[in-house]
Design a protein around this ligand. Structure first.
Ligand SMILES: Cc1cc2nc3c(=O)[nH]c(=O)nc-3n(C[C@H](O)[C@H](O)[C@H](O)COP(=O)(O)OP(=O)(O)OC[C@H]3O[C@@H](n4cnc5c(N)ncnc54)[C@H](O)[C@@H]3O)c2cc1C
Length: 330
């Protein structure tokens, strides 16, 4: 299919989709990225209110591979990423660590900043929820919830969505790929964004919590470049979130605030609550999937070790696989 049309559709403008699209566009392919949200970044995201902001998805990221570290250096040079060194604590049983110092990076002024930098110069269509992949003679056409059947035929459709969402799209067109995606479990997370009139007097700015409903708390206001009111993010563990998945947001929020108070935190002045159905994953290390015969590909954190670094790496890997399958690149 790629021989007849070199247009490529990438579904998902998270870090995986964007890094994949970058590789392909830099090699001369005509790439369009579609995302159902209003902006790019996926789970690298920031919620903003009138006088506050909070990163309610990924909290920070690490860079272990030389390739991702080089990308992070470029982002730091561009001023969209910086190091974050919060005062840390651990509650509950301590997990064993390698003992090596960990560098934690955050987007500036919000977590989506590196994704926005990757998206610069790419054709990204937000507000496009892809619902149907329609196979046609020389490739694929896409149907979206908002705009119906889109014009144009794509030689390849690369899905960069969480496993469950990829599985739903694949079901009618590839039973084998759909089964593979459906076999990956994604884990939920209830998240509270708590605002305070004054900074809580606590001996930590970020804490791993290994007991009770919480998994992580962080003083969002301690991240460089954040503005607005004092704000903390409280994230529930996957296990607690799964049990309370269908709870009312206020009820889940109250439980997490109570757990934060048990750590010594004060009552917030205001809270917002977000439920992530697909926050984290039990990641595979198999890497991206590319089927040249069908023109279908898959990438995302769930296929390569999870986390932000895995998403970026998996997207680049898929881009490379697609390119290696082309007879020549104009
Ligand atoms: C609460 C929380 C905390 C986290 N903490 C950390 C952390 O501290 N460190 C870390 O490294 N990682 C963390 N992560 C994980 C990290 O955010 C992800 O691993 C990474 O961002 C995944 O990127 P991705 O591109 O694979 O997927 P996503 O970022 O999920 O991107 C997928 C995109 O696909 C779009 N999409 C889905 N279906 C469709 C469709 N049908 N049509 C169009 N678009 C579609 C979505 O809107 C989304 O933008 C956290 C995640 C959450 C939610």
């Amino acid at each position: 299919m790629m021989n007849t049309t070199r247009a490529v559709a990438v579904v998902g403008a998270g870090l995986a989709g964007l890094s994949c699209a970058r590789v392909l566009q830099d090699a001369g392919l005509a790439v369009t990225v579609f995302d159902k949200s209003r902006g790019v970044g996926g789970r690298l995201c920031t919620r903003r209110g009138d006088d506050w902001q909070a990163d309610h998805g990924a909290q920070y990221f690490t860079a272990r591979s030389p390739a991702f570290r080089a990308q992070v250096d470029l982002w730091m040079h561009a001023g969209v990423v910086t190091e974050w060194q919060p005062l840390r604590a651990v509650f509950g049983p301590h997990e064993t660590s390698s003992g090596e110092p960990v560098q934690r990076f955050v987007g500036v002024p919000g977590m989506s900043a590196p994704a926005k930098a990757l998206a610069a110069g790419l054709t990204v269509k937000t507000g496009h929820t892809v619902q149907v992949l329609r196979r046609v003679e020389d490739g694929w056409r896409l149907e979206t919830a908002e705009h119906g059947l889109l014009p144009g035929v794509f030689g390849a459709v690369l899905l960069a969505a969480p496993a469950a969402q990829a599985a739903a799209l694949l079901q009618p067109v590839s039973a084998s790929l759909a089964a593979m995606a459906a076999g990956h479990r994604m884990l939920p997370s209830w998240t509270v964004m708590a605002r305070f009139d004054a900074p809580p007097e606590l001996p930590f700015e970020a804490a791993f919590v290994n007991e009770g409903p919480l998994r992580w708390v962080a003083r969002n206001s301690s991240k460089p470049g954040r503005s607005g009111r004092e704000c903390w993010v409280l994230q529930a563990s996957a296990a607690w979130s799964a049990v309370h998945l269908e709870e009312e947001p206020e009820v889940a929020g109250q439980a997490l605030v109570a757990a934060f108070r048990a750590l010594g935190g004060p009552e917030p002045a205001a809270v917002s609550v977000h439920r992530w159905r697909y926050a984290d994953c039990e990641p595979a290390t198999t890497g991206s999937v590319w089927e040249p015969e069908s023109g279908l590909g898959l990438c995302g954190d769930w296929l390569l070790g999870g986390r932000v670094e895995g998403a970026w790496s998996c997207g680049r890997e898929l881009g490379g696989k697609v390119l290696s399958n082309l007879p020549s690149v104009k």
